[in-house]
Design a protein around this ligand. Sequence first.
Ligand code: ADP
Ligand code: MG
Length: 487
Amino acid sequence: MYFCPVAYEMVIGLEVHVQLRTRAKVFAPEAVTFGERPNTYISPISLGYPGTLPVLGKACVEAAIKLGLALGCEIPERFYFSRKNYFYPDLPKGYQITQEAAPIAKNGLLHVRLPSGEKVPIRILRLQLEEDTGKSLHDQDPFYTLLDYNRAGIGLIEIVSAPDIRSPEIAMAYVAQIRRLVRFLSISDGNMEEGSLRCDANISVRPVGSTTFGTRVEIKNLNSISALGKAIAYEFERQVRLIEAGEAVRQETRTWDGEVTLPLREKETADDYRYFPEPDLPPVAVHPAWKAQIAAELPELPEVLFDRLVEKEGLFPDEAVLIVEDLPYAVYFKALVEAGLPVKRAANWLNGPIRAHLNATATRMEDFPIPPAQIAALDTLVQEGLVSLNAAREVLFPALLEDPAADPKTLAETKGLLLVQDETLLRQWADTVLAQNPDKVQAYLAGKTGLLGFLVGQVVKLSQGKADPRRVSAYLQARLTKADKPA
Ligand code: ADP
Ligand code: MG
């Protein structure tokens, strides 16, 4: 890191765009798609033909209210749309319908949880509902830029944070948390690579202790959370060097190319856009009963679930993070618990064999074949000492993947995995192993208690896997303290 005598701090405000996964576009009837043949999901409205009129989709409004409520925002009783005028080929109308003076939600607060567990409050200034633009394709033809309007008019929510963020780590955690939230609310895929979650970073620097803000630079084209962190770190250092060299930071929009930020254009000001209220759409009243109904339908939010799992249920943060990362995981986890599994065992199954299977076969959680009740039944066999955990994970779990409706206990029987319950037989096996290993027994009694695992292993081996390691262990421990003490 570049050495500089004055301590500077970074001031960051983020604009996150969430692409809504509603059935139809926000002001037009055609379907919301991704990766389809260019210009096959278009209409006169999204192509901006003269004389067409937008019609506001209720699903987009509800998604925005949901997200606003989940971010602790006020939902004003009335909102309306504005026109943001600018010319660009991906915007055939020559203006974007967005919100300015009267957004759908405002004045929220997000407690951003850092990997250390610390929580940092970041204020949310506002949420605005707007339409996406088409896509310019610069790499399909050597001479021309081509245009795909399938994306034009898809609903977007822009979440604008206050300039409260002070480090790349907080910025990254903020975006990760919003991504989790939109997935939990089932309003967006939140996929940064595919562009269904996009983020612009505004960054300025100032001497530590200063109460005024420096000139901000806006960085675009951040297509991953790690790119966001790197771009902020780079831009901070660039601005500090400029100031230290006695130069001014220019207010501009820059782009991140993976290594450095580069100038893109001079920053437009609000005046350049000639905002005015959208005359083709009436203001919308949000009736308190409607708002209350949407609030009542909110699921348990990921951060609430995380806190509950760690603080009340005793999971490690690393385990809980995996569960709250994605809604289908959380749903499956809750179903395991409802089927009777203790929280810790549910987490072990989900984060262990289930996750390993999904990763190995590139299967989505939604398509995982074994019903939660079957995993619970399997685990019950282990808890009752009928099969070993090892057999359950290594043999019965794969068998259930093959035949998800099979009865786990019958499977254990047919595969000869039921543990021997007969105490006399267990003792015979254990005593045989003790007799065969007098040296190990002596060493154990002399204090090398780690040898217990070896002895248990020998018994299980002798029994051909039919002895319950937990019962063998208990028996050996009791047996080896009483008798056989060296003289
Ligand atoms: P624009 O229309 O220029 O994108 P917005 O109001 O939508 O403006 O977004 C402004 C963003 O810039 C907000 O996230 C805000 O927190 C952030 N911001 C404003 N001033 C500064 C500053 N001096 N330094 C860093 N970020 C800032
Ligand atoms: Mg903006």
